[in-house]
Every structure is written in C-alpha cells, then in structure tokens.
Design a protein. Structure first.
Length: 141
C-alpha cells in the first residue's frame, strides 16, 4: 500500500463518518434544541469534515512533489484552514440559528472521529518507512 491509497482511504472513511455524525448529531441537536440544534450540528460536522478533507487532499497533492514543495503545500493548507476557521467563526458568531453547545459538541465529536479515522487507516496501512523506492539491481556473481 502506498501513501496515496492511504490518503484516499482516509477521505473515503471520513465521508462515511461525516454522514453518520450528521444523521446522529443532527437528530440529537433537533431533539434537544429544535431546528437551531439541527443546523448547528450540521455546521459543526461540516466544519470538521471540511478541515479533515483539506488536510488529506493537501497530502495527496503534496506527495507528488519535492520535499520543499511538500512542506509548502502542507503549510499552505494549514494556513488556509486557519483563515477559513476564523472567517467562519466571525460569520457564525451572531447568527440566530446557532446553538453554541450543539455546535461545540458536534465539532468535538467530529474532530475526535476524524482523528480516529486517520490513526486507524495509517496504522492498518502498513506503509513502509521508505515508500515508492526502487532498489538498485543485485550484483551479479
């Protein structure tokens, strides 16, 4: 298994996780806080999944480049996530449909879930220490 397939699996399982958390979290949010809770849960799940997808996608793109470009792409994605997070917090801060507790809980559960997905896929991926390397041919006797 190579690094590209690991990040592809991370994106796939993160999508499944997003669907499950959106249904369960949205249902619980609606149960406890009405439609405001439903929308807050969906926004929280959406934010966490967006950030996890940006990370995995940036890694998928970055592994095709040299080491300097790799770190530039990954750091650029991190800065993009930071800017998006700040802008969304400013925009959502005064919205009447946001229930702070439901939004917070949905974010926390989604973040922990995406971290668990990342860890499980990487541990089960059995990626060698040096991936995609070709060894020179053995010397002839």
């Amino acid at each position: 298994m190579n690094a590209g397939s690991i990040f592809t699996q991370i994106l796939k399982y993160t999508g499944v996780l997003a669907l499950v958390i959106a249904v369960v979290g949205g249902g619980l949010g609606y149960l406890f806080a009405g439609t405001d809770g439903l929308w807050s849960a969906l926004v929280g799940v959406g934010l966490a999944i967006l950030f996890a997808a940006i990370t995995a996608a940036s890694m998928l793109v970055a592994i095709r480049f040299t080491l300097g470009a790799f770190f530039g792409i990954v750091m650029g994605a991190w800065l993009l996530k930071l800017i998006i997070f700040i802008v969304l917090l400013v925009v959502l801060r005064d919205q009447p449909f946001v229930n702070d507790i439901v939004l917070f809980l949905a974010l926390v559960v989604s973040i922990i879930g995406t971290l668990a997905v990342d860890a499980l896929v990487v541990v089960r991926g059995r990626l060698s220490y040096v991936s995609d390397a070709t060894l020179p041919p053995a010397p002839q006797e």
